[in-house]
Design a protein around this ligand. Sequence first.
Ligand SMILES: *Cc1c(COP(=O)(O)O)cnc(C)c1O
Length: 491
Amino acid sequence: MVLGSPESCSDPVRCSSLLKDDVLLDAPAQDTSSMEDFIHQSMAVVLEEAVKKATDVREKVCEWRPPEELMELLDLELRDKGESDSKILERCRDAIKYSVKATHPRFFNQLFAGMEPYSLAASFITEALKPSLYTYEVAPVFTLTEDAVLRKMREMIGWEEGGDGIFNAGGSMSNMYAINLARHRQCPNIKEHGSSAAPPLVLFTSQECHYSISKAAALMGIGTKNVYAVPSDDRGKMVPSALQEQIQTAKSKGEVPFMVNATAGTTVLGAFDPLDAIADVCEKHDLWLHVDVIDSVSWNPHKMLMVCLQCSAFLVRDMTSLLQRSHSARASYLFQQDKFYDVSYDTGDKSVQCSRKPDAFKLWLMWKALGSRELEQRVDRALAMARYFAEEIKKREGFRLVMEPEFENICFWYIPPSLRNLPDGPEFWKKLHNVAPVIKERMMKTGSMMIGYQPHGDKPNFFRMVVISPQVSRQDLDFVLEEMHHLGQDL
Ligand SMILES: *Cc1c(COP(=O)(O)O)cnc(C)c1O
């Protein structure tokens, strides 16, 4: 209804407005200038606290609080009435303060690190625009940048003749795509008829592989028991002859092998499976090989290339629309075939997601800014740093390498003075097992650095130092060794 008539109305704006269910429909619900003000102020906090301070070596990597205390500090309860912008800005500061700074030069805890400004700016742009990558219609720029990045990545792998691919929410999902494509190639029936339409399918991966393979097998109804763990050698590399034997065992039991997953840079040891020899076995048995240059690859630029999380590509050599055929559901409200433009740019139906972030844009902008050569130099620099660190471990008393590193993971023990004269027996290893967790607790509580630890096979707890950021200096690496001795010398 239109409110009032000119003679009975004192507020002309309100009088000409449309009211529906007591809601004023005409004016915007939000005050634009206060929205802009708030974003302005919060971006200043982001720049100061989450960028500058977070990457400042003089600041802490983390500000550890136990969960109960942090809950209290953050005042988590959500209430009926909202808070003022100044209070919200305070909450932004607190959120940053108590978060771990993965961009800090002394964060070595995970396979990602470092501050990448171009991908950060790209992520601000995409967050601000809120696009979803299902159709060209809603994401023209991001559809094309994804396509360009995928093409370049395939070219770097050596698939000049073409192929396909998709960015998705992480390497775990990329591995799931690989398994699904390999399965679809083997048994296209499963898509419609479910796994009861399939023979007993089995896949092979090394015992060192990422846990996402068994998660995917569980989720996809293959079953974790149908994932053969192929033994690896003492460097953590899959043994091709063992793979060959397991494939034969499976076949003799009536099982149907459909895929081998090989790993280029295992999660803990950073080992590279012998791809050529594994490829030969796969060729012989007509099996899909994931990771190597035969069938498909998971490539995570959010790891060594430092792109903001998440940025992960699944690439496939196939040129028969297998990605589309495996996943398409042809939602008619999105993927109309009678659109006015070339619908081959509507790539969303290749994905198992519906809404999907344009993560490729972060890599695209960064690649544009740096060029391939600079990207290569960054990786080389990080690897040189990793080698330096390994050499230092060998030189310094009280440190011992678990094995000679092959890549950016350096696995090592810190041996406190009290254990240094013990003979190399069960008692020594048992005591050494307890050292890393205590040092870890102390480094978290002082906030001086972050490095992960784990046991592995028969090896007691050791540290896994991950050097992937070119922003790390020799001084940071020396600091790690000195700080570790400082934190653990009394143990
Ligand atoms: C990190 C990693 C994954 C998982 O990737 P996310 O992006 O964390 O899901 C899978 N495989 C290997 C070898 C990895 O290092």
